[in-house]
Ligand binder design. Structure first.
Ligand code: ZN
Length: 419
C-alpha cells in the first residue's frame, strides 16, 4: 500500500507523553493517566496531527517531506498558560527589595505601589510601546514551550486604556505564533481617582466598559479581583453577571489573600475557572468540585510574594477539583517559564510531573474552552507540541532553572529550534 504523505514526521522519540482529551476536565486519578508511547513518532499534516504511534508504525503508514530525529528526547503537548497579565508597561524591581525586607502585598498597595503604579505607567504607554514589550515576553514564553495563553487586561482601568490593552492582545494574537485568549479584567483594582467612590467605578465597569469590550469583540472572558479591600462579593457578582449578559464568560480571582467566599461565588455565577484559591474554604472547594469549576493554581505567585503558603493541590485533587497551572505572569511575578511553574507545583504543592503536565496542557486548555483543539496529542488536533531534551516526562520539575525545550512546533511549523 502506498504510504500517505505528511508534511512533517517527528520520530525515534524515547517517549511521547500526553493526556487524553475527553469531554471534561481531568480530575483525581485521571490526572495520572497519561498515554505514554516509547520509541514514538508523530505525523503532522496541514498544521494538525495526522497520527501518533510507535516510530515503526508511523513509518509504515506515512512518508514526509521533512523529518526530525528526536532520539533520546520527549514529545509533550505545547503548554497552555491559563492565567497571565501580559500587557503592562514598566517594572517593579523596587518593590522586590521592599518585599525582601518584609513588606506585604497590601502594604505596598497602600503606599501607591503595586497594581496602581503599573496602571499609571501603562496609561502613559502608547500601543506601539506595549506591543514591543509584550512581543518580547511572548518570544521568551514560546522558547520555553508555551504555545497558547490567556491574557488579561487590567492595567488601564479607564474605558480607553482597557480597550487599548485589549487591542494590543488582539494584534499580537494575529501576528505572533503564540495564540492569545483575551480576558477583560477592568475590575483588577479601584483606580486612584475612584478611591473615595468605588461604587462609581463598578458602575463604569458594568455600564460602559463591559458593553464596549463585548461589542468590539475584544475579549471572551470577564474576570474580577474579588478580595477584601478590592472588589467585594456583591460588586464581583454584579460585574460577572453583567459580563455574562454581554456574552463574556466569567472567571474570578478568588480567595488569594483571605478566605473571602470567592470559590463559592465562582460556582454561583457558573465561572469556567476560579484562580489562586490560596485561602479557599473546604466548603468552597466542595462547591467548585461539584460544579466542575476548574481551579487555576499559581504557585509562582506565592514564590514571588515570598509567602510560605502554597495552594493545597493534593487536597483539591483528592476532592475531585479539576486543577490547572498557570504562571500569573505580571510585574510582581515576572516569570515566562511554565517549566518553573511545574517545578514549583511538584516541590511546593506535591503534584507529580504527570499531574503537573495535565494541569499545564489539557486542563489549562479547558479553562479557555479550547480543549477540543489543543492540550493533548491526538489525531485532528492542532499540531502544537514540544520536543524536550530529556528522556522522559518525569524530568519536568525534576530538572529546574534551565530550559528543557529543544524544539517547539506550533500549528505544525517549527517555530523554535535550539538544536
Ligand atoms: Zn492574576
Amino acid at each position: 500500500m502506498p504510504r500517505k504523505q505528511a508534511d512533517l514526521i517527528i520520530e525515534n522519540a524515547s517517549e511521547l507523553a500526553t493526556p487524553e482529551g475527553g469531554q471534561k476536565p481531568l480530575v483525581g486519578k485521571q490526572m495520572l493517566a497519561l498515554r505514554i508511547i516509547k520509541d514514538a513518532a508523530v505525523a503532522i499534516r496541514n498544521g494538525r496531527i495526522a497520527a501518533v504511534n510507535k516510530t515503526a508504525t508511523i513509518r509504515s503508514v506515512f512518508k514526509a517531506s521533512e523529518t526530525i530525529d528526536a532520539k533520546g528526547q520527549t514529545i509533550v503537548p505545547g503548554f497552555v498558560d491559563p492565567h497571565t497579565h501580559l500587557v503592562f508597561a514598566g517594572s517593579r524591581e523596587d518593590e522586590f527589595t521592599m518585599r525582601i525586607k518584609g513588606a506585604g502585598y497590601m502594604e505596598i498597595h497602600r503606599k501607591g505601589g503595586g497594581i496602581l503604579k503599573t496602571v499609571a505607567e501603562t496609561r502613559r504607554a502608547s500601543e506601539a510601546e506595549l506591543i514591543r514589550g509584550c512581543k518580547k515576553t511572548l518570544d521568551i514564553m514560546l522558547e520555553h514551550g508555551t504555545t497558547t495563553l490567556e491574557a488579561k487586561s487590567g492595567y488601564g482601568l479607564t474605558v480607553e486604556d482597557e480597550i487599548k490593552c485589549l487591542r494590543v492582545l488582539k494584534l499580537l494574537h494575529e501576528t505572533h505564533p503564540v495564540k492569545i485568549v483575551a480576558t477583560f479584567l477592568g475590575a483588577h483594582a479601584i483606580p486612584a481617582e475612584y478611591e473615595k467612590c468605588p461604587s462609581d467605578y463598578v458602575k463604569l465597569v458594568v455600564e460602559e466598559m463591559i458593553p464596549k469590550v463585548a461589542r468590539s469583540k475584544l475579549a471572551e472572558f470577564c474576570d474580577v479581583f474579588c478580595e477584601r479591600g478590592v472588589f467585594n462579593i456583591e460588586q464581583s457578582r454584579h460585574i460577572l453577571y453583567a459580563g455574562k449578559k454581554y456574552g463574556l464568560k466569567p472567571k474570578i480571582h478568588a480567595d488569594e489573600l483571605t478566605a473571602f467566599g470567592g470559590a463559592e461565588l465562582a460556582a454561583e455565577v457558573g465561572a469556567v475557572s476560579a484562580e489562586h484559591l490560596l485561602y479557599a474554604s473546604d466548603k468552597g472547594l466542595k462547591t467548585i468540585a461539584d460544579c466542575g469549576v476548574i481551579a487555576v493554581l499559581l504557585p509562582a505567585a506565592s514564590f514571588a510574594l515570598m509567602i510560605d503558603r502554597f495552594t493545597d493541590a493534593r487536597k483539591m485533587i483528592e476532592m475531585g477539583v479539576p486543577v490547572a497551572l498557570g504562571t500569573d505572569f505580571n510585574p510582581s511575578c515576572w516569570v515566562e517559564n511554565q517549566q518553573m511553574v511545574i517545578a514549583l507545583a511538584c516541590r511546593q504543592m506535591k503534584m507529580t510531573p504527570a499531574e503537573a503536565l495535565v494541569a499545564s496542557t489539557i486542563n489549562a486548555a479547558r479553562t479557555l474552552g479550547k480543549a477540543s483543539e489543543i492540550g493533548s496529542l491526538e489525531p485532528d488536533k492542532k499540531a502544537d507540541m514540544l520536543i524536550l531534551d530529556v528522556p522522559n516526562h518525569n524530568f519536568l520539575g525534576y530538572r529546574f532553572g534551565t530550559n528543557l525545550v529543544n524544539r517547539v512546533i506550533k500549528d505544525g511549523k517549527i517555530v523554535v529550534d535550539l538544536e
